[in-house]
Ligand binder design. Structure first.
Ligand SMILES: *Cc1c(COP(=O)(O)O)cnc(C)c1O
Length: 373
């Protein structure tokens, strides 16, 4: 097997592989290094941030700075609260209907893949859910249908969708235009591209794809939606209670919150979301362009709905998959196996995966195809 120089040496000493994991995913090396520097003695206080009370002035300042930086990055309007919660995006599948279904108990859920389906299945426990089927095939490729074909109900309390289906690699080309408050799972695409937050009632995302480590979930909610929860729901799940308490109804995930704050600082240093979006587009165009030019690899998604974060692909011969993964790993290109439910390959190219990582992946893929095609 040929050996490529695809390691990236960080400051000449530590070898960091390129990590294409779908989640928990790559984090910027510079962020991990800062966290390492501060690990034993946070800013001269003689203790780690993990050992600090979440109510201490020092920690609250860290938490507030993270929120302020996220507000800056996403241009979040004043009339939205930003919550730093636990339970992953999956707990929001329940928290959202419990908080937002309101009096008539009805919501529309757009179905495009595995994550939007999980969300609607949970919601069905609590209310009358109208499923809007939007997944179609165009010339044999998976796609999302035109909005004019969607059957919304007249009196839904909200419309839910998942911007980017992480497993399928299927992404909305734009933001749906709906009457009811729009609720969106942005777990695998938050901060990857500019977004007009004012179009949404609620945005949520598990942190472990494009924000920080697992254990933190961001919820961005418009003020007028805070007080619609049924009285009997647990206060930890109640957005109004979390908002009133600065996301500290109980002990929050303090280290994940802190580390996510370091990622927000890093993103601002990169030039913010507009700048990282340009790099993301370049990465995605390179990888899709290579796959399209090859007879050996195939991507199953119609061009307008290709995800810029998760790129699934298959090899001409399924029997070569194990060998592909083994050789990729030997070349320090990690976690390229597709989700267990769909198989094939998937390269997740989140914000923290550098352009050089995608270039190294393409060099490897090309060499592998030449030797096995
Ligand atoms: C990963 C993912 C989830 C699940 O996140 P958890 O934090 O593990 O609950 C939900 N939705 C999307 C789009 C995801 O990518």
């Amino acid at each position: 097997m040929p050996f490529f120089i695809v390691f990236h040496f960080y400051k000449g000493k530590i070898m960091r592989a390129y990590n294409f994991c779908a989640g928990p995913a790559a984090l910027p090396t510079a962020v991990l290094e800062k966290a390492q520097q501060e690990l034993l003695d946070w800013q001269g206080k003689g203790l780690s941030i993990m050992e600090m009370s979440h109510r201490s002035a020092d920690y609250v300042a860290v938490a507030e700075k993270a929120e302020a930086d996220l507000r800056k990055l996403m241009n979040i309007p004043e009339n939205y609260k930003v919550l730093f919660l636990q339970g992953g995006a999956s707990l929001q599948f329940s928290a959202i209907p419990l908080n937002l279904l309101g009096k008539n108990n009805k919501a529309d859920y757009i179905h495009t893949g595995i994550w939007s389906e999980k969300a609607l299945k949970e919601a069905k426990r609590y209310g009358d859910i109208n499923v809007v089927e939007a997944g179609i095939k165009v010339d044999g490729k998976f796609a999302i249908s035109e909005q004019s074909e969607w059957n919304f109900s007249d009196d839904a309390a909200y419309v839910h969708y998942a911007d980017n289906e992480t497993i399928g690699g299927l992404q909305f080309a734009g933001v749906p235009d709906v009457k009811a408050p729009l609720v969106c799972d942005f777990s695998s695409s938050i901060l990857s591209a500019p977004l007009d937050v004012s179009k949404f009632g609620l945005i949520y995302a598990g942190a472990q794809k494009n924000i920080g480590p697992a254990g933190l979930t961001i919820v961005i909610i418009r003020d007028d939606l805070l007080d619609q929860a049924k009285a009997e729901i647990p206060s930890i799940l109640k957005y109004a209670d979390q908002a009133k308490n600065g996301s500290m109804v109980n002990t929050p995930s303090t280290y994940a919150w802190y580390l996510s704050g370091l990622v927000f600082e890093w993103l601002l240093e990169q030039g913010g979301v507009d700048a990282i979006h340009k790099v993301n587009l370049e990465k995605a165009q390179l990888l899709y362009g290579y796959i399209d030019s090859s007879d050996f690899y195939n991507n199953p998604i119609a061009i307008p709905n290709r995800s810029i974060m998760n790129v699934p692909f298959t090899l001409a011969d399924e029997a070569l998959e194990k060998q592909f993964l083994k050789e990729a790993e030997a070349n320090h290109l990690l976690n390229l196996a597709g989700h267990r439910s769909v198989g094939g390959m998937r390269a997740s190219i989140y914000n923290a995966v550098p352009l050089e990582g995608v270039q190294a992946l393409i060099r490897f893929m090309d060499d592998f195809a030449k030797r096995n095609g």
